[in-house]
Design a protein around this ligand. Structure first.
Ligand SMILES: *[C@@H]1O[C@H](CO)[C@@H](O)[C@H](O)[C@H]1NC(C)=O
Ligand SMILES: *[C@@H]1O[C@H](CO)[C@@H](O)[C@H](O)[C@H]1NC(C)=O
Ligand SMILES: *[C@@H]1O[C@H](CO)[C@@H](O)[C@H](O)[C@H]1NC(C)=O
Ligand SMILES: *[C@@H]1O[C@H](CO)[C@@H](O)[C@H](O)[C@H]1NC(C)=O
Length: 505
């Protein structure tokens, strides 16, 4: 195995670029390139990183964003929001996909709203079942009752006290009385439940535990998942920076809006003091913006929808979050960069609205600091990797964040170990070169991992793959950050990778 670190620091720091006061970038050897690890799953929870967090949630099958489908036992067809919503609920579809999937909003462990494909909510109008409401109220609140002997047989109790029943394929009404019909196939109020998708983010976690239990669970998580010793470990292993994902609600700590709970700001304060003690820089990364900028659990989407950027209000609110964070930490010698938003998703987030946000948030940072870097995340989804260059060239000390995973695309499905490694040396390297210009913004590979689609790879395969990425991403003008420090999935845990000799810095 090759060992690179010393060579890297001297060789590539001479290529490091910073912006001068004209907004042009010039070579500068005075700042070290970022060698960072993400503190993922800490201040913005992600269930796949730490599944145990979710284990104590009452009725944990039914969290916000869970996709449910209902097949009538008498009609033998799935419930469907006709036209995707805006009209009646029918029971005439023989297979289930978008219009037949209802996304839960959890009110408490027993009652729920059902959001349909076009974002309306299921409700009752008299005894008719419809999907008309833009926001849920009393007439949109249902109870799901499960057969204790067969959890996939359910009844849905409507807000009028009656149960939904599929009378015919075109008629679903809220007028089935009582609970004495049994759970059999002759009962029109019985539906077979399929869970088609789940989300496990901060929203699901805090709303799942609810206001009585969530504060204690979150306090425990924040004070144990990342601790002072981690900063010692990071320093000892030759890293110089942490990228810390935070959620928008941190700006209203200690009284964040429901269901979020107080305390993540204290945890971030702790991180800054540990960072200072161990000489580590911090990139504060707004990972979850109000309404969600990509619909994923890691941006704390409630139900898979992306609503950030659709209104000026969501943009202004988010600028205030950046303003708050920069004001709070600008005087810390550890604050190295503020990343304005993570992974906005195209086409839902338009370039125009994102640019408007970036301009406002950039100005907010500069109110407090001329020296802190401002990181702009490229959009995921259909987008050009250089689409933010025009904007960034008007900024001083800016960087563009790109995320390079050999995952999440079918092009990696059947790649061998060597093909993955070649892809890093040839294709990633070419992509990086394409966006690295002498007068453009700095480039930050803000997320990467030594995971791939290869199954059953040997330790030595991982070592070569990790070393290839370290070499190529080591050329990124701003630096890189591994995703993530700690994760139950070993390859995704930099701590495990280092301790077990899979990755050498
Ligand atoms: C389902 O029922 C609705 C309402 O009667 C009707 O418009 C639609 O065409 C039906 N669809 C199928 C697949 O039968
Ligand atoms: C951009 O924001 C405006 C409000 O300023 C909104 O009307 C528009 O729909 C947004 N565009 C997109 C694609 O979200
Ligand atoms: C990967 O290989 C499998 C099995 O040979 C094949 O069915 C599939 O189409 C391949 N996927 C891609 C993206 O090439
Ligand atoms: C990687 O780059 C090579 C050489 O430019 C090209 O032939 C190949 O198609 C690229 N691979 C993928 C998966 O894009």
């Amino acid at each position: 195995m090759k060992i690179y670190p010393i060579l890297f620091m001297t060789c590539y720091s001479c290529m490091f670029l910073i912006s001068n006061s004209n907004g042009r970038t010039v070579p500068d050897s005075s700042i070290p390139p970022v060698r960072a690890v993400n503190l993922g799953g800490w201040l913005v929870a992600e269930g796949w990183i730490k599944p145990s967090l979710f284990q104590g949630i009452p009725n944990s099958d039914f969290l916000d964003g869970t996709g449910v489908q209902f097949k009538s036992v008498t009609v033998g067809k799935y419930l469907c929001a006709e036209s995707g919503g805006g009209t009646v609920i029918v029971a005439n579809r023989s297979s289930a996909s978008g219009w037949e999937t209802f996304s839960l909003w959890r009110i408490n462990e027993r009652t729920f709203n059902f959001r349909v494909f076009n974002r309306k909510f299921v409700g009752i109008n008299g005894i008719d079942t419809v999907a008309l409401a833009d926001a849920p109220g009393q007439t949109e609140t249902f109870e799901i009752q499960r057969n204790p002997d067969d959890l996939n047989r359910v009844r849905i109790k409507a807000p009028n006290g009656f149960f939904l029943q599929a009378k015919t394929e075109d008629l679903v009404t809220a007028d089935y009385e009582g609970s004495n019909g049994g759970w059999g196939d002759d009962n029109p109020s019985i539906f077979l439940l399929t869970i088609s998708g789940r989300m496990q983010g901060e929203y699901q976690l805090t709303n799942g535990y609810g206001p009585n239990l969530a504060p204690q669970v979150m306090q425990e998580h924040w004070s144990t998942f990342i601790v002072e010793e981690d900063f010692n470990f990071i320093k000892k292993n030759g890293l110089n920076t942490v990228r810390i994902p935070v959620g928008w609600w941190i700006a209203s700590d200690p009284s964040p809006p429901k269901p979020y709970v107080a305390g993540s700001l204290q945890a971030l304060d702790n991180a800054f003091s540990w960072a200072q003690k161990y000489g580590i820089k911090v990139i504060v990364d707004l990972h979850a913006a109000p309404g969600s900028q990509n619909g994923w659990e890691h941006s704390s989407s409630r139900d898979g929808s992306q609503e950030w950027g659709l209104t000026d209000d969501s943009i202004e609110e988010t600028v205030l979050v950046i303003d708050f964070l920069t004001a709070r930490y600008a005087s810390s010698p550890s604050l190295f960069a503020v990343e304005l938003i993570n992974e906005p998703l195209s086409p839902g987030v338009s370039l125009e609205n994102l640019s408007k946000y970036y301009r406002g948030a950039y100005d907010a940072v500069r109110k407090y600091s001329e020296t802190v870097y401002v990181v702009l995340s490229n959009r995921l989804g259909p987008s050009e990797p250089t689409e933010l260059f025009g904007l960034a060239n008007g900024f001083t000390k800016s960087a563009i964040d790109v995320h390079y995973y050999n995952l999440y695309s079918s092009i990696f499905d059947n790649m061998s170990v060597q093909q993955n490694i070649d892809y890093v040396y040839n294709n990633r390297s070419a992509q990086l070169t394409q966006i690295t210009t002498s007068n453009g913004p700095l480039i930050f590979v803000g997320e990467w991992v030594a995971e791939w689609q290869v199954r059953g790879a040997a330790k030595e395969d991982y070592q070569r793959y990790a070393a290839a990425q370290l070499e190529v991403f080591g050329r990124a003008s701003f630096g890189w950050a591994y995703w993530t420090l700690r994760n139950v999935n070993n390859i995704w845990s930099l701590e495990w990778m280092i301790n077990n000799g899979y990755l050498q810095l």
